[in-house]
Design a protein around this ligand. Structure first.
Ligand SMILES: [Zn+2]
Length: 325
């Protein structure tokens, strides 16, 4: 049969396939989320996230050694504080757990790129991302605390801050305070399109941040909405976000695609805890090929338009990529 176009010609063997491959996962694209907590010599595995741990600071430094060895360039830090209160004061304390971790990380590994999550939910006794009054999450009074949190993290050495709270105007508030205090060079990576998702379940176990009443639907986005994600992204960039995050990633490829197409700014896909847990559970049962599934899932995020991948699989991926070289 006479066919002018035969796409199979370029699939004949691995050499030509790799020559025409459109997307790649690179170690340089990986950001590894890590959880730090008070105490000593503690490395507690999160039961729903095999291979992911809560670290005391001494163990955190040990774990960072492996991150560095594998060439993963960046970590995203979350903290589990000693105690929680209604105003989340552990989030913006000079010696808060994340501030201590950032300080230590930069002392030991100056070239490691330290990104800190900016939110209150891990530090509030009610588990919400903002201040509460009469059962409502207050927007504007929360902004000052988020900005204070970001400033304290940057003072401790954070290279970049990542607000995840979804309050209106948080990027502007953080930018303004950082600029005022002499940190105009510190970039903001905003969780611009963060959806109220069932895929966050295992993370809440890890961070102990399950809301004590209600849910987060008054500030995180409805998973049915795509246009709203454009609005949120628009606002964050307008307010000064240097990079944006789409979270979760796997079920939101359209959002990654649309935001990247429309705004063109560097974009990170957050491959969240529930996505990780599903893969791990299926792999533990021998139902899937873990490596293949993880790389395929991450590649789908890159194909959709993600530049960076925030993933709990980061160390495994770095190992696999090194083996292939
Ligand atoms: Zn939060």
């Amino acid at each position: 049969m006479e066919l002018k176009r035969r796409p199979r010609r370029l699939r004949a063997n691995e050499t030509i396939r790799s020559m025409v491959r459109e997307n790649h996962i690179r170690i340089e694209n990986l950001i590894y989320p890590m959880f730090v907590m008070p105490g000593e010599k503690k490395k507690m595995e999160i039961s729903s996230m095999p291979g992911v741990y809560n670290y005391s600071l001494d163990e955190f430094i040990v774990a960072l050694h492996e991150v560095i060895e594998l060439g993963v360039p960046a970590v995203l830090l979350f903290g589990i504080p000693e105690s929680k209160d209604s105003v989340g004061s552990g989030a913006y304390h000079e010696h808060g757990i994340v501030q201590q971790a950032a300080r230590l990380a930069k002392q030991h590994y100056p070239n490691l790129y330290v990104i800190t999550d900016v939110c209150l939910c891990e530090y509030t006794d009610h588990g919400h991302c903002g201040l509460i009054e009469n059962g409502q999450v207050l927007n504007d009074p929360t902004l000052d605390l988020l900005a204070k949190t970001a400033l304290s993290q940057v003072r401790a050495g954070a290279d970049m801050v990542a607000p995840s709270d979804m309050m209106d105007g948080r990027v502007a508030a953080i930018r303004e305070l950082l600029d005022k205090e002499g940190f105009s060079h510190i970039p903001i990576m905003a969780y611009s399109a963060k959806f109220a998702s069932g895929f966050y379940g295992p993370f809440r176990e890890a961070a102990g941040s399950t809301p004590q009443f209600g849910d987060r639907r008054t500030y995180q986005m409805d998973s049915a909405n795509g246009n709203e994600a454009m609005l949120e992204t628009d606002l964050d960039i307008e307010e000064g976000a240097d990079m944006i995050i789409v979270k979760p990633a796997l079920s939101y490829g359209d959002i990654i695609y649309r935001t990247k197409e429309k705004y063109g700014v560097p974009l990170a896909a957050y491959n969240v805890s529930g996505e990780y847990a599903m893969v791990k559970a299926a792999a533990a049962n021998g139902w899937i090929d873990e490596k293949r599934i993880v790389l395929e899932a991450l590649l789908s995020m890159k194909r959709a338009g993600a530049d960076l991948l925030i993933t709990y699989h980061a160390l495994d991926v770095a190992r696999w990529l090194r083996e292939e070289r």
